[in-house]
Design a protein around this ligand. Structure first.
Ligand code: FE2
Ligand code: FE2
Length: 415
């Protein structure tokens, strides 16, 4: 019997036990309800929330354990904060690449939108909490983007600055840990830091969405999924077959997450897919493209083959289907472009924000040398995006909390 099968059978029997938990015993405690340890003795390593399906009603939780028993004996329990009944969900277990660790994953579905849930891993861990995204964008929604993190002291400061904003989620556009597909210690350090630092003001786990960058792979470009073992171990729920995917938040926000040539070619299937994704979301209120290598870089030579190829194949699609902004990374500085249309500055064009300096930094060229740039600075940064009805505010903050840039945008009216 496979491990996954055994876990599922064990979980099923416990779910049946949970089915009688509405009955109340003499001590007032629901019969069949889990009896959690008063003092937690088990700490799941690198507990992290992410999504593989609609974030308004689902949540994926992952954690690491030292051995198989950490998964077999501890299942994930959850309840909506305003309800008393705990439920249990089956999870999967597999080896974490290049380590003796086990990776466990549970998928919560059918959740209430805009709701807080309490979670526990087994009976002996401490209670954690998560919250789902709203069903509609009726109130302001904030999220943070960035890229090129690693685990330096600057990256930790940016982590903490991001958490202080209490964003609904973080999207990292590649070069998460700089393990280069090989160094497990480097990757573990990154996810340990993220798990410890990224809690909002109420202690909820802040979910992480990511796209792939060159430092996720052994060799950077034109590689296979097997050559990006840590990225796909963490995120293959969203990317089961390809290095690109779209995450739709109800009908109000779409993240179109690209693979800038690391495990998927730019031309061909990915570009065809991009056109289909954008075409069907042409009238959606907030569509952001997230990619690692920038179409409009502020440090590297913009005429290099890869940048030019993405500008040739992807930029016209972003323009045609009215994408609101491209969130780019890889060049390790702050940049904001003018709106760009067909390679030229044009108010009818697309905004490109970047360039990935969560924890790494370089000195960019400025608007004098690169006319497509509106602004660039040598600054660690993350960007806080606030969606408020028809208005959007994109604020870049340095690792020390200084406001680097603010820009206000609205959906462009089609002519
Ligand atoms: Fe990088
Ligand atoms: Fe990079």
């Amino acid at each position: 019997m496979t491990l996954d099968r055994r876990l599922f059978l064990q979980s099923s029997s416990l779910i049946l036990a949970g089915g009688i938990s509405q009955l109340v015993g003499p001590d007032g405690r629901a019969l069949g309800a889990p009896k959690f340890a008063e003092k937690p003795t088990f700490q799941p390593r690198a507990l992290m929330a992410t999504w593989t399906q609609d974030p308004t009603t689902t949540m994926t939780l992952q954690w690491l354990g030292k051995n198989e028993q950490d998964g077999l004996t501890r299942n994930l329990w959850y309840r909506q904060s305003r309800h008393k009944t705990w439920r249990e969900v089956p999870h999967t277990a597999r080896r974490f690449p290049h380590t003796d660790l086990w990776q466990f994953r549970a998928e919560l579905t059918g959740l209430a939108p805009d709701a807080t849930y309490r979670i526990r891993i087994g009976l002996d861990s401490k209670q954690e909490s998560i919250r789902t995204m709203p069903a509609k964008a009726t109130n302001e929604i904030s999220f943070v983007s960035g890229g090129d993190s690693g685990s330096s002291s600057a990256a930790r400061r940016t982590n903490q600055l991001a958490a202080i904003q209490s964003p609904r989620f973080v999207v990292l556009g590649g070069d998460l840990a700089y393990e280069n597909g090989e160094n497990s210690e480097t990757f573990l350090k990154f996810i340990d830091n993220y798990s410890a630092d990224l809690r909002d003001e109420q202690g909820h786990l802040i979910p992480l969405v990511a796209c792939i960058g060159n430092h996720e792979t052994v060799g950077f470009y034109d590689k296979t999924r097997k050559e990006a073992p840590f990225f796909y171990a963490m995120f293959d729920g969203l990317y089961p077959d390809t290095g690109y995917a779209t995450l739709d938040f109800g009908d109000y926000l779409s993240l179109v997450l690209m693979d800038s040539g690391h495990t998927s070619p730019i031309e061909g299937d990915q570009t065809d897919w991009l056109e289909r994704q954008l075409k069907t979301r042409e009238d959606h209120p907030n569509v952001f493209l997230v990619n690692h290598v920038p179409m409009y870089p502020c440090v590297r030579n913009a005429d290099d083959k890869l940048h030019a190829s993405m500008r040739k194949h992807w930029s016209p699609l972003l323009e045609r289907y009215n994408v609101d902004a491209a969130l780019e990374h890889h060049d390790h500085a702050f940049k904001r472009t003018h709106r760009m249309l067909d390679g030229l500055v044009n108010d009818r064009g697309v905004l490109y924000l970047g360039d990935g300096s969560w924890g790494r930094i370089r000195n960019p060229e400025g608007p004098d040398k690169r006319p497509f740039l509106a602004k660039s600075t040598e600054s660690y940064h993350m960007s806080l995006h606030r969606l408020a009805g028809k208005d959007r505010f994109h604020m870049a903050l340095s690792d020390r909390g200084k406001v680097v840039d603010v820009v206000h945008t609205q959906k462009l009216a089609r002519t």
